[in-house]
Design a protein around this ligand. Structure first.
Ligand code: GDP
Ligand code: MG
Length: 508
C-alpha cells in the first residue's frame, strides 16, 4: 500500500517533534525535510512541496510560541493544514439531486478504469437507495459491452447497450431516453477511450456529450502517471466540460500523492478514489478525512487502546486449541465478543467465512452489530455445564443434531425461531471446519509469519481447501485467493493482525 507508506513517513516525521527535548529551528527544519522528501518520493510536484515548506515555516514563529506541547501541536497542525491544501482543488463538487434524472457521462483514456469505475459509482448510489442504471456507449473496444454487462449483472444494476449498433451517439441517446422515461435517478454513461489523447476520441466525446447533455462529466484518471496527471487533466478539461474527477488505482502506485495533488492543481474536484479492482474498492474523496486517515490520526490511538483492551495474551488457550484443530461454540462466542469490542468491525466480520456478503451488502454497521448480538443471545441460552456442555463440545453442532430437542430449548430461551438456531450452528460448523483444516497442517501455528512456516505448495493446497468450503460470493468479496491468503495470515496472528489490516489504506 504505497500511499500508506507516504502516510507512515509523514507521521514518523511529525512524531520526531514529540521525541525532541526542545523544539528549535533545527528540529523544525529536520522534520520538514523528512516530510518533503516523502512527498517528493510520492511524485508530488517540487513546486508544491516547496510551497508547503514555506507555508509551514511562515505559519510558525518559534520565538513567539509558548514552549512544549503547545508548540508541537501547532507545528503538527500547520503541516496537516498544508497537506489538506495540497489535495484540495478549492472547488465544490457536483452532486446529484434526488428525484431528478441525473445523467453522468464518463470520459478518459483507455485502461484508466472507466468501465470499472462506472460500475463502482452505480453500485455506490444503488446501495444508498437511488434508482441507478448503466449505459455502455463504448463501441470502440471489443468486449466493452460484455464487460459492463457482467459488472452490472453481478451488482443487479439495470443496463443498456448493443452488440450491433456501432454509433456511440445513437446508443447513448437511446439508453438515456429509455432510462429517463423509466424515471431512473442516476444514469451513468460509459464511453470509449483511446491510448492517447487523439482528436478522434475528443470528437466522439463531444458528439456524445452534445447528444445526451449530461449533468456531470466525470473524468477518470489512472494515478500511476503521477504528476503527469496535471497535463492530461488539463487537456481533457480544455475539450469537454469536465465537472469532476475520479482518480483510480491509488492502491498500487508510488505516485498516488503526485496524482492527487496534480489534479487539485487543475482546480477539478476529485469526487471519489478507486483503491482496487473490486466493486467496493471505492470511496468518496474528502480532503480532510483523507489526510487524517492517511496519517492515521484520530483513530490510531483509539484502535491501539482497543487492541490492548482485548488482552490478546489471554488468547494463548485459544491458539493452543486451534493448533489441534479444535473450536467450540464458546470459542466462537468469545471471538464475537472481541469483534464487538473492537468497534467498526465490518472489515473483520468480512473475514469470517460465511459472513462476508450477507453482512456487508447491507453496508450498515449497526445492522451487523445487531445480527451479531442476536447470535450471541442465542449462544447465551446454551448450557455450559452438565454432562454435555453445549458450549464446550469440540463438535457443538453434533450435540444439537443428536438431540434436536436442544435446538427447541435454545430457541425458546432466546426468543428466536429454531431456524435461527440452526443457522447459527451451520455458521459455527463452517468456522470449525476451517479451523480443523488449518490445525491439520503441521507448523501452521508455530508463531511468526505463517508464510514462513508452510511451503508455497502447502499454502496453495490450504487455500484451495478453504476456497472449496466457502460460498463463492464470500470468497470474491474477500478479494479472491489473495484476499483469502491475507485473511489466513491475519487469522493466525489473531486480532492484532486484523487491526493492522484495518489501518491499511484499503480500509480507510
Ligand atoms: P477502461 O478502459 O477505462 O474502461 O478501464 P477498465 O475499467 O477496463 O479498467 C482497466 C483495468 O484497470 C482493469 O483491469 C481494472 O480491473 C483495473 N482497475 C480499475 N480501477 C482500478 C483501481 O482502482 N485499482 C486497481 N488496482 N485496478 C483498477
Ligand atoms: Mg471501458
Amino acid at each position: 500500500m504505497v500511499l500508506a507508506d507516504l502516510g507512515r513517513k509523514i507521521t514518523s516525521a511529525l512524531r520526531s517533534l514529540s521525541n525532541a527535548t526542545i523544539i528549535n529551528e533545527e528540529v523544525l527544519n529536520a522534520m520538514l525535510k523528512e516530510v518533503c522528501t516523502a512527498l517528493l518520493e510520492a511524485d508530488v510536484n517540487i513546486k508544491l512541496v516547496k510551497q508547503l515548506r514555506e507555508n509551514v515555516k511562515s505559519a510558525i514563529d518559534l520565538e513567539e510560541m509558548a514552549s512544549g506541547l503547545n508548540k508541537r501541536k501547532m507545528i503538527q497542525h500547520a503541516v496537516f493544514k498544508e497537506l489538506v491544501k495540497l489535495v484540495d482543488p478549492g472547488v465544490k463538487a457536483w452532486t446529484p439531486t434526488k428525484g431528478k434524472q441525473n445523467v453522468i457521462m464518463f470520459v478518459g483514456l483507455q485502461g484508466s478504469g472507466k468501465t470499472t469505475t462506472c460500475s463502482k459509482l452505480a453500485y455506490y448510489y444503488q446501495r444508498k437507495g437511488w434508482k441507478t442504471c448503466l449505459i455502455c456507449a463504448d463501441t470502440f473496444r471489443a468486449g466493452a459491452f460484455d464487460q459492463l454487462k457482467q459488472n452490472a449483472t453481478k451488482a443487479r444494476i439495470p443496463f443498456y447497450g448493443s452488440y450491433t449498433e456501432m454509433d456511440p451517439v445513437i446508443i447513448a441517446s437511446e439508453g438515456v431516453e429509455k432510462f429517463k422515461n423509466e424515471n431512473f435517478e442516476i444514469i451513468i454513461v460509459d464511453t470509449s477511450g483511446r491510448h492517447k489523447q487523439e482528436d478522434s476520441l475528443f470528437e466522439e466525446m463531444l458528439q456524445v456529450a452534445n447528444a445526451i447533455q449530461p449533468d456531470n462529466i466525470v473524468y477518470v484518471m489512472d494515478a500511476s502517471i503521477g504528476q503527469a496527471c496535471e497535463a492530461q487533466a488539463k487537456a481533457f478539461k480544455d475539450k469537454v466540460d469536465v465537472a469532476s474527477v475520479i482518480v483510480t488505482k491509488l492502491d498500487g502506485h508510488a505516485k498516488g500523492g503526485g496524482a492527487l495533488s496534480a489534479v487539485a492543481a487543475t482546480k477539478s474536484p476529485i469526487i471519489f478514489i478507486g483503491t482496487g479492482e473490486h466493486i467496493d474498492d471505492f470511496e468518496p474523496f474528502k480532503t480532510q478525512p483523507f489526510i487524517s486517515k492517511l496519517l492515521g490520526m484520530g483513530d490510531i490511538e483509539g484502535l491501539i487502546d482497543k487492541v490492548n483492551e482485548l488482552k490478546l495474551d489471554d488468547n494463548e488457550a485459544l491458539i493452543e486449541k486451534l493448533k489441534h484443530g479444535q473450536f467450540t461454540l464458546r470459542d466462537m462466542y468469545e471471538q464475537f465478543q472481541n469483534i464487538m469490542k473492537m468497534g467498526p468491525f465490518s472489515q473483520i466480520l468480512g473475514m469470517i467465512p460465511g459472513f462476508g456478503t450477507d453482512f456487508m451488502s447491507k453496508g450498515n454497521e449497526q445492522e451487523s452489530m445487531a445480527r451479531l448480538k442476536k447470535l450471541m443471545t442465542i449462544m447465551d441460552s446454551m448450557n455450559d455445564q452438565g454432562r454435555v456442555a453445549e458450549l464446550d463440545s469440540t463438535d457443538g453442532a453434533k450435540v444439537f443434531s443428536k438431540q434436536p430437542g436442544r435446538i427447541q430449548r435454545v430457541a425458546r430461551g432466546s426468543g428466536v425461531s429454531t431456524r435461527d438456531v440452526q443457522e447459527l450452528l451451520t455458521q459455527y460448523t463452517k468456522f470449525a471446519q476451517m479451523v480443523k483444516k488449518m490445525g491439520g497442517i503441521k507448523g501452521l501455528f508455530k508463531g511468526g509469519d505463517m508464510s514462513k512456516n508452510v511451503s508455497q505448495s502447502q499454502m496453495a493446497k490450504l487455500n484451495q481447501q478453504m476456497a472449496k468450503m466457502m460460498d463463492p460470493r464470500v470468497l470474491h468479496h474477500m478479494g479472491g485467493m489473495a484476499g483469502l491468503q491475507s485473511m489466513m495470515r491475519q487469522f493466525q496472528q489473531g486480532a492484532a493482525g486484523n487491526m493492522k489490516g484495518m489501518m491499511g489504506f484499503n480500509n480507510m
